[in-house]
Design a protein around this ligand. Structure first.
Ligand SMILES: *Cc1c(COP(=O)(O)O)cnc(C)c1O
Length: 372
């Protein structure tokens, strides 16, 4: 372990991220695959993941926030760098200037945003790059049916904009049988037919697996790049490589007698004389509070039950059956034995939330390529 003093480490496997991007690119015939690196590349660390993908040939990137894109801009020279949340409502001159001067591409999803960016293009006397977002069923961001009608009737609203892509976002791409997929694809096709000709962007990670009908000029892959299973209901396992491993260090080990309580509110008591190890990770690190009494750490591939409450900075586990564990040992909390999907299932949440929740105190350590 290379991060002095850290008691929790996220090992990040750039070779796996790149292999996943290549596998997705091979599958997405006829179009490119953009890397969605919002939320710090889903927790893995965008500052290093994005340049690694750039080095492998990826030339399209998406963040959610302008600030995320500004931080990455110098590391991705010449690449398209787009901001999913767009300009935001009533964007100030500082926001518009940041997009224009740093060659960032806003995803425009409201007529007001389009007007604001087109006006900026007029002032600057140059075409500004933009992506147009059509809402085909998510009801979250993007032009709704009424706004699409307006734009279709007045395409001059787009003048001054260099329309890089028209995009939409699938609601249920991970469920191949969901009829919403085909409905959204059709709505998207008819929306595009009413707009000036432009390249199209449709699939997210899961959408890439829906087959050639869902291919477009640009897929936008996030989760699958990092190894989250894009086809969780297909029953054939995860086609991606998990690109990170979360390890926490044993800070102390103690012997407790039968009946002794462990942790806040004594929610767990030893049913036998037990050895308890305390790990240097807690809910302030994004290790979920609700895992109390559930889940396992792993030692040499063997499960080590987590016991008692998860505290802010510490988590306890019962190592009675693992004499090899002592202070200083690193246990695996997320990894091949404990994929994010399994932890998410215990908590009734999404694996996306497990990875993106990992906090800033966890040291991100990039695996050397030679160790792969
Ligand atoms: C987050 C996001 C993506 C990436 O989705 P994944 O399921 O992680 O591949 C793509 N498009 C939009 C609009 C998004 O918000």
């Amino acid at each position: 372990m290379t991060s002095p003093g850290a008691s929790a480490v996220l090992e990040v496997d750039h070779a796996a991220v790149i292999a996943n991007w290549r596998a997705l690119s091979a599958r997405h015939r006829g179009g490119a695959v953009a890397a969605v690196v919002k939320a710090d590349a889903y927790g893995l660390g965008a500052a290093l993941v994005a340049p690694a993908l750039f080095g492998a040939g990826c030339r399209h990137f998406f963040t959610a926030h302008l600030g995320e894109a500004l931080a990455l801009r110098p590391r991705l020279p010449g690449a398209m760098l787009a901001v999913l949340n767009g300009l935001g409502p009533a964007p100030g001159a500082d926001v518009i200037e940041a997009f224009a001067h740093h060659d960032l591409v806003p995803v425009l999803g409201a007529l007001g945003e389009i007007a604001a960016f087109a006006a900026a293009a007029g002032r600057l006397r140059r075409r500004l790059p933009a992506i147009l977002h059509i809402d085909t069923g998510m009801a979250r961001l993007g032009l709704d049916a009424r706004e699409l009608d307006c734009l279709a009737q007045a395409p001059e609203l787009l003048s001054g904009l260099d329309l890089r892509f028209v995009m939409t976002h699938l609601v249920a791409g991970e469920t191949a049988a969901d009829p919403l997929n085909a409905a959204q694809r059709q709505r998207f096709a008819s929306a595009c037919a009413r707009l000036p000709p432009a390249k199209r962007s449709l699939a997210n990670s899961s959408g890439i697996f829906l087959g050639p009908a869902f291919a477009s000029d640009l897929a936008r892959a996030g989760a699958a790049l990092y190894g989250i299973n894009p086809i969780p209901h297909a029953g054939i396992g995860n086609p991606m490589r998990l690109a990170c491993r979360l390890l926490a260090r044993v800070l102390q080990v103690r012997e407790v007698p039968e009946g002794a309580p462990v942790g806040y509110n004594a929610t767990w008591r030893a049913a036998r004389p037990s050895r308890i190890a305390t790990l240097g990770i807690g809910y302030a690190d994004g290790w979920p509070f609700r895992l109390a009494g559930q889940g396992s750490a792993f030692f040499d591939g063997a499960p080590v039950p987590l016991v008692g409450r998860v505290s802010m900075d510490l988590t306890t586990c019962d190592i009675t059956d693992h004499p090899g564990i002592g202070p200083g040992i690193w246990l695996e909390l997320i990894g091949p034995q404990a994929p994010p999907e399994r932890i998410a299932a215990l908590l009734g949440t999404s694996p996306y939330e497990i990875l993106t929740g990992l906090g800033a105190r966890i040291a991100r350590v990039v695996l050397p390529a030679a160790a792969l």
